[in-house]
Design a protein around this ligand. Sequence first.
Ligand SMILES: [Zn+2]
Length: 209
Amino acid sequence: MIFTHEVRCDCGKALVSSAYGSGEWSSLRCEKCGSPGALIDPLSVSVIAERLLYRSKQELEKGDYTISILVSAMAVEYFLTGLYQKKKGMEYYRTHKNLATQQFKEAWSNDKALHGSFSDKCNKILNSLIGIGFDEYVVNQQQINFSNSPATKPTDHVKSTLLDPRNRIAHRGYIDSTADVAQLSLTTAAIVVDIFRRIDSSVNWEAFG
Ligand SMILES: [Zn+2]
């Protein structure tokens, strides 16, 4: 997947850098004044999820709602997979005293823990990291607001606003998604990525290593 980002040069000219997948941003030189414009981000799971959310926003603004929804869901899936792989990586390090190779990381992405419904895998992974599931975590964090009725479980809200629209597209080939649905998907994805980010920074990762 290609990501693009606009950077404004000091002289005012807009420069566009691009990156492929988790790769680095292309280097820039302003055609107008010749000064270099750098766009560097550390390639953490969090940053890649951010790239995906930004791409989803770009698609939404462009009017490609179907693609926007797919990419929103990818941001959430990407971060959740990253949390699981980080834990596996720490465990691997404890046993082998070496960092896991790319080959191992790819093998882990086929693990059973990453299959099944979002709520199933999310709860399994969060339980192994923080001892509670997604719904319990969200309810404990008063500041997280899914702006839906308190009777709706957070995982159900994620399902109805993000995963069901994604599945309709990815599994049934639906191509007529609307702006409202895409906007809601992106809002939900951004909140879930933020929740995963908080969890990532609160986990005692050394305990696994
Ligand atoms: Zn310039």
